[in-house]
Design a binder for this molecule. Structure first.
Ligand code: PLP
Ligand code: 3DJ
Length: 395
């Protein structure tokens, strides 16, 4: 059955076509009330007892399971907290502790934070380690028995290029390599199957396709076979086996709960809980089918109307995530002009205009309307105006 849009469950500004849910998802309508109730009825009235009475302490694992369903994780093996950069640190450091090889293999399409975290860990570990960054299409050829950890983001944040997670994981594991997958641009966008792919570690954020709001906590998955042995380097008190025993020495908690660090962000989790309600009953294969229909329609429309835009994303939808990117030398100004005319995407240096497609709230009518605006902007050179050239700090 075709996927039924859930647009009515989101607050979307009138007159705006929002094609940036791949960076920051929109506000679920129920979230403001849910956050308000958490603040007044729980924080306000329960105060400290809210940790037990309102179940705040159990939320990271409970919400972890709801996210786990969308990424194909076994129940009880996903937890929430911190930012994604921190979760990358935790997964990569735990993966490195499982091997004495020296190379961390990643690709140039990975998000900078992931690469910076690897560089930082190399500086911090008293061990001979090397970060090897290769072109995305060359990863398979660099899987050798020198490699300790394969650390990849499944969907390239700039081009939308999609790695074959099952094939690369199998190839890496056959070579004795531990895998760490960043699902920031996959969770809620594709039918990910961490268990089926036999991934070792996976991490991701909840403020993009999952719509948990700016600053929503990240998630981490540890495969059940590693859950009782993975060694957290960021060993915080809430990842301890008995946090309220306040023991002076760390003992890892049960399974993935050891990847918890400190106090969970209760208010932000209330927003995420409302966002996860929208996902109830959604089948990720339906989302993926709908996403492919939308991205194919968008590419066909833009290419027909704007020959000056060069497709930067893979043409084959099976090798693309849920975003479409085009290159243009004036991409920054052109995107500002699109935004001023009601189509919100974003720009990634040096020349990428990026548009995200999120079937929960984007439908074919939105795609056609967006194409018409983009065609006007490009063909009438509406971007050729000083107001669109000045760069802001956050783009
Ligand atoms: C693939 C990827 N990894 C890591 C990050 C960093 O996430 P955070 O800012 O939540 O630490 C992002 C986005 O910012 C991302 O897209
Ligand atoms: N996390 C972000 C933020 O705090 C501010 C602005 C943008 C972001 C992003 O998520 C960037 C994003 N990872 C990207 O794909 O470009």
């Amino acid at each position: 059955m075709p996927f039924q849009s859930r647009k009515d469950q989101f607050h979307l500004p009138i007159g705006m076509i929002y094609l940036d849910g791949n960076s920051l998802g929109p506000l679920p309508r129920a979230a403001a009330d849910r956050v308000g109730r958490t603040m007044v009825d729980e924080w306000g009235d329960m105060l400290i007892t809210g940790w037990n009475k309102a179940g705040w302490m159990a939320q990271p694992m409970a919400l972890g399971d709801r996210i786990g369903r969308l990424i194909g994780a076994e129940a009880g093996h996903v937890t929430l907290g911190d930012t994604l950069s921190i979760k990358v640190f935790q997964a990569l450091s735990a993966a490195l502790a499982m091997t004495d090889r020296k190379v961390i293999l990643s690709d140039s399409g990975n998000f900078p934070s992931d690469l910076y975290i690897a560089e930082g860990l190399i500086r911090a570990f008293d061990r001979d380690l090397e970060l090897r960054v290769v072109a995305p299409e060359d990863v398979a050829a660099h899987i050798t028995d020198e490699v300790a950890v394969l650390m990849l983001t499944q969907v390239d944040y700039r081009t939308g290029r999609l790695h074959d997670m099952a094939a690369l994981t199998a190839q890496a594991q056959a070579a004795g390599i531990v895998t760490v997958w960043d699902l920031a641009h996959s969770a809620g966008a594709l039918a990910v199957d961490v268990a089926g792919c036999n991934a070792d570690f996976a991490v991701g954020c909840t403020y993009k396709y999952l719509n948990g709001g700016p600053g929503a906590p990240a998630f981490i998955y540890v495969a059940p076979r590693h859950a009782q042995t993975a060694a957290p380097v960021l060993a915080g008190w809430l990842g301890h086996d008995a946090p309220f025993a306040f023991e002076p020495t760390y003992r890892p908690g049960e399974g993935v709960a050891r990847m918890r660090v400190g106090t969970p962000p209760v208010i932000q989790m209330a927003a995420l809980e409302a966002a996860m309600d929208v996902w109830d009953g959604v089948d990720m294969t339906d989302i993926r089918d709908a996403s492919i229909t939308l991205t194919q329609r968008f590419i066909a429309g833009v290419e027909a109307a704007c020959p000056q835009l060069e497709l930067a994303s893979p043409r084959d939808p099976q090798t693309r995530g849920s975003q479409v990117s085009f290159r243009h030398a004036e991409g920054y100004a052109a995107m500002q002009a699109c935004i001023a005319h009601g189509v919100v995407g974003d720009f990634r240096a040096p020349d990428i205009m990026r548009f995200g497609f999120t079937p929960l709230f984007i439908d074919e009518g939105d795609v056609d309307a967006a194409v018409a605006v983009i065609a006007r902007v490009m063909n009438e050179k509406l971007w050729d105006d000083p107001q669109f050239q000045a760069r802001s700090a956050v783009t």
